[in-house]
Ligand binder design. Structure first.
Ligand code: SAH
Ligand code: SF4
Length: 365
């Protein structure tokens, strides 16, 4: 049976969901657009039903009960030297998540220098237990609801005082394991009545859930796909990513080919360089083969240190050597110079923990 529309948070509803809900209350459908405009239009962005002054007050009271507006509490905003900012958010049940705002960087993106990226979390913790990743260290707690995903953008825009024009689902969790809620959130973020962000400005990263990659390929949204590859052979990849035992590299490559074909777009492979683990040059050669087969581009990411984990990044000269093998074979590859390393806000450093600057007692909103 479908979940009843009534009594779901407003920020997790599509326009259609809200119209259905209003129909149950014998209200005209145009009200749904009015309401969405109150919460999502740039000029309004209200956070309470009381502020929606063109709705009858009895209706506001009723809707506030059926569809509360739930926004997480911003616990801390830590800024780094390069002005990457990390927002620590407390959810209704007290769980903590992080979302990271990465500002424009002409040095990195050239003329695309007005790019403001938000790195969004999709779960509390992560069940996939990759050996190098902070998010998986404490295990999986729960999925985020659609409104908890949408809220990250609303809060980040409010704090930044400007529009975010690029989203990467590369925060805590595995978005593809929370497919239903994640897709609902993406629909709201993309819709003209919602946040209005183009699907091409969104990138979802996955450790390789092949069935979901195929499901997404069959959707009409032109969202970009990034694969956390980190190993080109099963031997190397299985050592650091348990998911590879279930879906080996060849199976993953087939799903990527399917995605690339359906969407007619280039896929990105993310490849963390970890000294002595996956940085052998034979792995680089195999990686180049894999990428060429799919016309994928490669993002090399020097490993970011994670407290409690023994891994290290290779020297810069070894990183360059790895890169040149890829380039010599005609593969588009770059080394990503991370931002936010000093506030543990770089990739793989997001973790379910309360950092030193966080007040110890949980406050109730
Ligand atoms: N679960 C999804 C989405 C999270 S993305 C996925 O794994 O793709 C987080 C990205 O940061 C992934 O590419 C991940 O492999 C990378 N990452 C994890 N730990 C890292 C570390 N210590 N240093 C650099 N990148 C890391
Ligand atoms: Fe989970 Fe992705 Fe981290 Fe692996 S890399 S543990 S899938 S968040």
């Amino acid at each position: 049976m479908a979940e009843p529309v009534l009594s779901r948070s407003l920020l997790s509803l599509t326009l259609g969901d809200l119209e259905n809900s209003l129909a149950e209350l014998k209200q005209p459908p145009y009200r749904a657009r009015q309401i969405m405009e109150w919460v999502y239009s740039r000029e309004k962005r209200v956070e309470s039903w009381e502020s929606m002054s063109n709705l009858p007050s009895t209706l506001r009271t009723k809707l506030a009960e059926y569809h509360p507006i739930r926004l997480p509490e911003v616990v801390t905003v830590s800024g780094s030297k390069d002005t990457t900012r990390k927002l620590l958010l407390r959810l209704q049940d007290g769980e903590l998540i992080e979302t990271v705002l990465i500002p424009a960087s002409p040095a990195l993106y050239g003329e695309e220098s007005d790019r403001r990226t938000l790195c969004v979390s999709s779960q509390v913790g992560c069940a996939y237990g990759c050996k190098f990743c902070a998010s998986g260290l404490d295990g999986w707690k729960r999925h985020l609801t659609a409104d908890e995903i949408v809220s990250q953008i609303l809060l980040a825009e409010k704090i930044a005082g400007e529009r975010i024009n690029n989203l990467v689902f590369m925060g805590m969790g595995e978005p593809m394991a929370n497919y239903k809620n994640w897709l609902q959130a993406v629909t709201i973020l993309n819709a003209p009545w919602g946040v209005g962000l183009g699907a091409r400005k969104m990138t979802v990263s996955t450790s390789g859930l092949v069935d979901r990659i195929r499901d997404l390929a069959d959707q009409s949204l032109q969202i970009r796909l990034a694969i956390s590859l980190h190993g080109a052979s099963d031997e190397v990849r299985s050592q650091i990513m348990p998911v590879n035992k279930k879906h080996p590299v060849s199976e993953l490559m087939e799903a990527c080919a399917y995605y690339g074909d359906r969407k007619k777009q280039m896929i990105t492979f993310e490849y963390i360089l970890i000294e002595g683990v996956n940085d052998d040059l034979s792995e680089a050669r195999l990686l180049a083969e894999r990428a060429k087969g799919l016309r994928a581009k490669i993002n090399l990411i020097p490993y970011n240190s994670v407290e409690g984990l023994p891994w290290r990044r290779p020297s810069e000269s070894s990183q360059e050597e790895f890169l040149s093998i890829l380039r010599d074979r005609g593969v588009a590859a770059t080394i990503r110079r991370e931002k936010g390393h000093d506030i543990d806000a770089a990739c793989g450093q997001l973790r379910r923990r309360v950092s030193a600057e966080t007040p110890a007692s949980p406050s109730v909103r």
